[in-house]
Design a protein around this ligand. Structure first.
Ligand code: ADP
Length: 290
């Protein structure tokens, strides 16, 4: 998913980034002033998706993510979490329901969201810097400011000293940091993260999660993160959607009232434990999908 157009995200607010990055292949909803207020907002209503004739992945899923909000989606494997992200990114058509991103009805692959997966998918023959520059290169409009921006994004993920390293010279966590920097280069105000740190060890994952929160705060990003880790979902989010096994439905919505910035100590607070137990109980009520 590639995004922004003329100037650098550095010079713009996240709202302007999203406005700039809005792709042409979308159907506007509402008037211009209405849409400006919708930048960074994602709204899904009564979404359904079935693969083939009988694999119903999503059933009647509705949700709303406000600009700058962090939404986690938690649920067992196969419950339709990735399908939901792909619908939002416009990579898959929905069977029914309404879906808007930045106030635009989703009907084609979006140019104004960045999608990041569990695997970093870096090109092994390119350095960290060159991998981060890829989104701009693919857009065919590399400028000097882009190079400064790439260096800034690599600095933001703590890789100043590894700008010219190749993926094989980086740890798994560092490779994932490069992937985060690359997705920030898209210049979108909305990040969709599909188990982004699922393949790294627990301690690195905690560190990356804290970095992600810092980046979200500093760039005012809207983030939707998918995970099957309940504790991670709560730690990161303003709200958590708890999904049932297939077909994925919203079983519960947790409002995480913890202060920001989040700290590791908060995971020991009673309020955190209460949310965790509530999500576990909700999930325990459902059978595994066949
Ligand atoms: P999750 O991300 O929660 O693990 P997915 O969204 O990947 O779940 O998948 C939900 C269900 O839809 C699974 O049963 C999966 O096998 C099925 N599915 C996902 N993508 C496809 C596809 N392209 N074709 C057929 N079935 C699919």
């Amino acid at each position: 998913m590639l995004g922004s157009e003329k100037d650098t995200p550095q010079a713009r607010t996240p709202t302007e980034n999203a406005e700039q990055a809005r792709g042409p292949a979308t159907t506007p909803v509402g008037d211009e002033s209405g849409r400006a207020n919708d930048l960074g907002r994602v709204v899904g209503s009564n979404l359904f998706k079935t693969f083939g004739n009988d694999v119903q992945a999503l059933a009647d899923v509705s949700f709303k993510v406000e600009p700058g909000e962090f939404l986690s989606v938690v649920g067992p494997s196969g419950c339709g979490k990735s399908t939901l992200l792909r619908l939002i990114a416009g990579l898959l058509p929905r069977d029914a329901g309404e879906l808007t991103v930045n106030g635009d009805r989703v009907s084609d692959p979006r140019q104004d969201v960045a999608l990041m997966f569990q695997k970093p998918n870096l090109l092994p023959w390119k350095t960290s810097f060159e991998n981060v520059m890829l989104p701009r290169e693919l857009q065919g409009r590399v400028k000097q400011e882009d190079e400064q921006e790439a260096a800034r994004m690599l600095g933001m993920v703590g890789l100043d000293e590894f700008v010219h390293a190749y993926p094989s010279q980086l740890s798994g966590g560092m490779q994932q940091r490069v992937a985060v920097a690359r997705s920030l280069m898209v210049g979108a105000g909305i990040l969709l993260l599909d188990e982004p740190f699922g393949a790294v060890d627990e301690l690195t994952r905690e560190k990356l999660n804290l970095e992600l929160l810092r980046i979200q705060e500093s760039l005012s990003l809207t983030i939707i993160l998918i995970t099957h880790n309940i504790s991670e979902a709560i730690f990161l989010a303003d709200r958590v959607l708890v999904m049932t096994p297939r077909p994925g439905r919203i079983a519960d919505v947790l409002d995480v009232g913890l202060e920001r910035p989040r700290t590791i100590e908060m995971t020991a607070e009673p309020a955190f434990a209460e949310l965790e137990i509530r999500a576990r109980k909700v999930l325990a009520d459902y059978e595994e999908p066949s």
